[in-house]
Design a protein around this ligand. Structure first.
Ligand SMILES: NC(=O)c1ccc[n+]([C@@H]2O[C@H](COP(=O)([O-])OP(=O)(O)OC[C@H]3O[C@@H](n4cnc5c(N)ncnc54)[C@H](OP(=O)(O)O)[C@@H]3O)[C@@H](O)[C@H]2O)c1
Length: 242
């Protein structure tokens, strides 16, 4: 398969430099065809309670890391007229309660991808965005673990205000992912985004993502608020009703 693992924490500049050097010094002089910016973490908590260091971590991984990798890889992509595929999310089009930080990174990634696509089109480099809905990966279990820790760190007043919402979001995201596609099905869409001769600017993954991204385009904010609240209501614990 020709797969070569590399150590790459995208928040560590030295790792990115080492990757660029590895590509520049490739003994077979192969060209870099595509970069898939996929790394991501989910940090869920209300805007009021999420500690600033967690906001920074969320943006470092889901946004600034991808910008750093993209900047480092672009010299190679100019040589190959290659492609950038940015993995966003349905959360890049709809920002539900407790998703402020996660959606903040994904909305920004969507905007930056639009700028990049327009900047790079004259240079024959394609920029494609992929917007998954629920996919069965480690993201939800890890996100739930983090969310539970944030609830533990809340003050009693914050827990009173947001404890029910956090539990509802945890329950909803567990169900959302359980009903989601397999990672293999998601990878097929990403492969298409990487290899299609004339790629679309955006691909959604899963019916949930296709529906929600469309609804976000056409529904007024207040109507979308009511749809979101209605979907979440059933997930609130009995002791903390919506
Ligand atoms: N799963 C879903 O339902 C879903 C829905 C919408 C969008 N997405 C998006 O899909 C992408 C992939 O997520 P996933 O579902 O496959 O989640 P995942 O199973 O948790 O995988 C996330 C990956 O990101 C890597 N990563 C995290 N921090 C990193 C860092 N600082 N540097 C380099 N790599 C890092 C992780 O590596 P380690 O394991 O080594 O930490 C892991 O390989 C993300 O951008 C996510 O936002 C997922």
């Amino acid at each position: 398969m020709g797969i070569e693992p590399v150590i790459l924490d995208i928040t560590v500049p030295e790792h990115i430099d080492a990757l660029a050097k590895r590509i520049a010094d490739d003994p077979k002089k192969r060209k870099l065809r595509a970069v898939v910016n996929n790394a991501g973490i989910a940090v869920n908590a209300p805007v009021e309670t999420l500690p600033l260091d967690q906001w920074r971590l969320q943006f470092d991984v889901n946004l600034f890391g991808h910008i750093a990798v993209t900047q480092a890889m672009l010299p190679f992509l100019h040589q190959s007229r290659g492609r950038i595929v940015n993995i966003s999310s349905v959360g890049g089009k709809v920002a539900m309660g407790t998703y402020g930080a996660y959606s903040g990174t994904k909305f920004a990634l969507e905007a930056i991808s639009d700028s990049l696509r327009r900047e790079l089109a004259p240079h024959d480099i394609q920029v494609v965005v992929v917007e998954p809905g629920g996919v069965q990966t480690e993201m939800t279990p890890h996100g739930i673990e983090r969310a539970r820790a944030f609830v533990d760190e809340m003050t009693p007043a914050q827990r009173q205000r947001y404890g029910g919402l956090m539990q509802a979001v945890i329950n909803q995201s567990a169900e959302f992912t359980k009903k989601g596609l397999s990672a293999e099905q998601a990878a097929l869409v990403i492969a298409k985004a990487v290899t299609a001769r004339k790629p679309r600017t955006r691909y959604t993954i899963g019916r949930d993502a296709a529906l929600l991204t469309r609804l976000a385009r056409i529904l007024p904010d207040r109507t979308l608020d009511r749809v979101a609240a209605a979907n979440l209501r059933a997930h609130f614990p009995k002791e903390h009703p919506a």
